[in-house]
Each structure stands twice: as C-alpha cells, then as structure tokens.
Design a protein around this ligand. Structure first.
Ligand code: 5AD
Ligand code: SF4
Length: 462
C-alpha cells in the first residue's frame, strides 16, 4: 500500500500549521530500538513537509513528540518522567501539542494512565497510525479535540514519500514490522501486531535512493528479519532480499538485525558468505543457554540447534562475528540454568552481548509465572556474566591487532587518544586518530590495540 503523504492531508495540515504558528518548531525524541529510530525518521519527514522546523530544545517547540518503548519497565518509567516535566511548559504555551506514539502507547493501561494523570497530552497514537499524523495534527488544530487511537493494523506497512534521516551516510531501512513469535517474556507482538513485510521492490528502491544520495551503510531492520516475505502474495525469503540488495550498484555495506535463531537458515549463512557488501556479523539473540528456560520462553530452538547453526556459520565464514541478547533472571531460571548460559557463551565466543535483567511485562505469559529469584541474586548473576563476556571480548579484540580493516568513519570516538570511530565488517568498534572531514567516508585502519569492548587503530594512507 502506498500512502502518498503529499495528498491533500499534508497540504491542508501545512496550511493550518502555518496559520497557527509563526515559525513552527517540532521536537521529536526517540526511545528504544532502531525500529523506533526509523519510524521517527519517517515522522520527521512528514513534519518537515507540514512546515515544521526542528529544535533540540523542548522549550522552543510547538509540537513535542515522544516515540516510546515498552520492552522493559525501566523504559516506561523514564518516559513518564519526561512527560511529567512538560506540565508547566504547556501552561506557558497552551497552543503547544504534546504527543506520544510508539509501543508503550499501544497498551490500554497506558492510555488510561495518560488520560487520568497527564491531561496536558493531546495526542496518543499507536504503532499502526504513523502515516496519519498530518491528519491528526490538522484535526487537533482545527477543533481542539484530543485524539487517543490504537487501531489501524490492516496487515500492511505504509510507504512514505519523504524521510528525514538522522545521518547523511547511514540509513535504517525497515523491511518488516511486527512479530508472530510470542516469546513468553516479550511485549512486542502485542504492541507491534503480526508480521507484515514491505514489498521487495519498495525496499530495493529505498536502498537505491539512499545510496544515490551518498549513504554508505544500510541497515535492514525487522523484529525477525529471517521470516521476511513469508506472508507476501509472492513469498520472498530474506536471503533472496539480501542478494537483491547486494546487487545494487555503489560502494556501501549492508547490515541487518534482528535474526531469530529458529528461522535462521543455512541458506542465509551461505548468502552472507557470498555477498561481498553484506556485513560478516549476525546478531542472533540466544536469550538463555538452558533448554528448560528456552522452552519456558517459547523460543522454538534448543541450545544444540543454536550451536549447530553457529558452527556451520563459522565453518562457512571463518571471520564471522556473533552478537547476542541475554535475559538474566527469567522466572523459571535457576542457577544451574544460568551456568548453562555461561557455558554457551564461552563456546560461541560472542563479540558483544546485550544483557538484560528480566522485566515483567503485563499481558505476557511470563508475567504470570512465579518469579522466585531475588533481584540481588539476579544482579550477582549478571555481574558474573559480564565478567566472562569481558574476557571473551578482550580475547577476540586482541586477535584483531595487526589487521588492516576497511571502516566507515561514522563519528567522534569516546576515548581521549582517538578522535574518530567506526566499525569493521564484523561490527567491532575501532577508534582512530583522523580529521573530522573523514566522517562519512570509508578509510583503511590498522588495528594496534584492544580492550574488552573496542579496538584502536592507525589510519593507513591510501
Ligand atoms: N525483560 C528483559 N529483557 C527483555 N527483552 C525483551 N523483553 C524483555 C523483558 N521482558 C530483551 C530480549 C530481546 C531484547 C530486544 O530485549 O533480550 O532480544
Ligand atoms: Fe519479542 Fe520474541 Fe518477537 Fe523478538 S522474536 S520481538 S523477543 S516476541
């Protein structure tokens, strides 16, 4: 489905916005994952077409939007704190529109809380209505009525005409949205709905457009990219899509996330091996190394299957890097289960881990399970895990010393000794000294030093 946002909605909304405000300014803040970052880039594209400029100062804005996250309780608490701070600003600037969108807002209990405790919020829209933002703003400005909507899942993803990307040389490109897996701890299937895929031609057209405008790194996004295309009228696999993306002309690299181990195929691994533009890195969340916990999580694979996949990939692509997500303290997890996770981590040798303490999400199956492990114990397990990972990261990074890598200089590094940073094809961070004009360009860097979380290198003159 193609929603041409330049249809009358945008034109009419622009007229009303420009009548209401002298120099309309918008402030958009994004919480959570890359999918949200990508949604916000589409939202900003629409806001720009409606006549808004952008500001980093919330107090200068006529339109404030928080694109929210619901994955863990911490995210929700932070967002409520941020909304609360706007109460006084709304009194000073009554024409300001305060809006919320994204995963957190897709939940009825949150909508009720906002209506009750944050009456200065005028617009809440869920994850399936993003493309209607111009119309919703127009209606609020015309009749002053608040809007709270979470409907609109028609099984498709709208195509957007304009996208305001945060970075000129990197592009997040969503290929699908939603999730059918219902992992027992996860809120995503409830707030993003069932899996829906974009048409391959639309995705390839967006990649071409991005590359032609100077983009050097494409990241294909989906909650489970491995089930891309299954529900299209003419099914296309993710491996086929990657091959098509790899054929697009230009000097750029292709990353992707997230892969679900249960749907990751040997065919995909062969494709990664054969496509020269595709990053030799798979983010493959294991969540737990214990079969009992994996079953209770409803993950659909065993540790043996996972290891089989990893070993196949290591054989086919010797330089491959794996990263993963781990949940510590899932309700049914005992210390023996946790130790199986530690053991698996040692076997796979992930280059990086994203670790989370289990957070109860109302409405999910795991929220009903009795959670017996005290949080102090969970923190101890977490520290143990981080120590093991730190050793593995250090070992892997030290192995890179002496290698010269092609890297996209993508910003300023955090360390004092190096001012630029980038990532290798395997997604390892490399900080190096170089002049800021190199940002956005490919450079060759020889790796000279390693820490558990990053490496350092020297620029090689071409
Ligand atoms: N508690 C803790 N971590 C969670 N994740 C998803 N849901 C929860 C939860 N309820 C983690 C998973 C997932 C990552 C994006 O967030 O590890 O892969
Ligand atoms: Fe959540 Fe599981 Fe879907 Fe990932 S695959 S979004 S963890 S339900």
């Amino acid at each position: 489905m193609n929603y041409n946002i330049y249809d009358k909605n945008i034109a009419e909304s622009q007229k009303i916005v420009l009548e209401k405000y002298k120099n309309p300014k918008a402030y958009v803040h994004t919480f959570g994952c890359q999918q949200n970052v990508s949604d916000s880039e589409r939202i900003k594209g629409m806001l720009k077409a409606m006549g808004y400029d952008f500001t980093d100062k919330i107090t200068d804005a006529d339109f404030v939007l928080f694109n929210t996250c619901a994955i863990r309780e911490g995210a929700e608490l932070k967002i409520f704190g941020n909304i609360g701070e706007l109460k006084h600003r709304k009194k000073e600037h009554p024409d300001m529109i305060i809006a919320l969108c994204g995963c957190m807002v897709q939940q009825d209990r949150i909508i009720e809380k906002i209506k009750k405790s944050y009456p200065f919020v005028s617009l809440c829209f869920g994850t399936h209505l993003t493309h209607l933002l111009p119309e919703m703003i127009k209606n609020i400005l015309s009749n002053g009525k608040k809007i709270f909507r979470t409907d609109g899942d028609d099984g498709t993803i709208p195509e957007y005409v304009d996208i305001k990307r945060d970075c000129e040389f990197k592009a997040n490109i969503p290929i699908m949205n939603g999730c059918n897996n219902f992992c027992s701890y996860c809120i995503v299937p409830y707030v993003r709905g069932r899996e829906k895929s974009r048409m391959p031609d639309d995705i390839i057209a967006e990649i071409k457009e991005a590359v032609n405008s100077g983009v050097k790194e494409i990241t294909l996004l989906g909650q489970n990219v491995n089930s891309y295309g299954k529900n299209l009228a003419q099914p296309v696999s993710f491996a086929e899509l990657l091959r098509k993306a790899n054929e697009v002309k230009g000097d750029f690299i292709i990353r992707f996330m997230t892969s679900h181990p249960k749907d990751c195929t040997f065919e995909l691994i062969k494709t990664i091996a054969e496509c020269e533009k595709v990053s030799k890195h798979i983010h493959l969340p294991i969540q737990s190394g214990s079969n009992l916990v994996l079953k209770a999580m409803n993950r659909g694979y065993t540790r043996e299957k996972y290891l089989e996949l990893v070993n196949f990939a290591k054989e086919k692509i010797p330089e491959i890097a794996f990263t993963s997500d781990i949940i510590v303290g899932f309700p049914t997890e005992r210390y023996e289960d946790f130790l199986e996770t530690v053991d698996l981590i040692k076997q796979v040798e992930f280059s990086q881990l994203f670790t989370f303490i289990f957070s109860k999400r109302p409405g999910t199956k795991a929220a009903e399970m009795e959670d017996i492990i005290p949080s102090s114990e969970k923190s101890k397990w977490m520290n143990q895990l981080l120590e093991v990972q730190s050793e593995i990261g250090y070992k892997l990074n030290k192995k890179l010393i002496g290698r010269t890598e092609k890297i996209l200089a993508d910003g300023y590094g955090k360390s004092e000794e190096a001012c630029l940073t980038g990532r290798t094809m395997q997604n390892t961070i490399v900080d190096f000294k170089g002049s800021p004009e190199l940002i956005g360009k490919f450079v060759n860097v020889k790796i000279t030093k390693a820490t558990p979380f990053a490496t350092f290198g020297e620029l090689i003159k071409n």
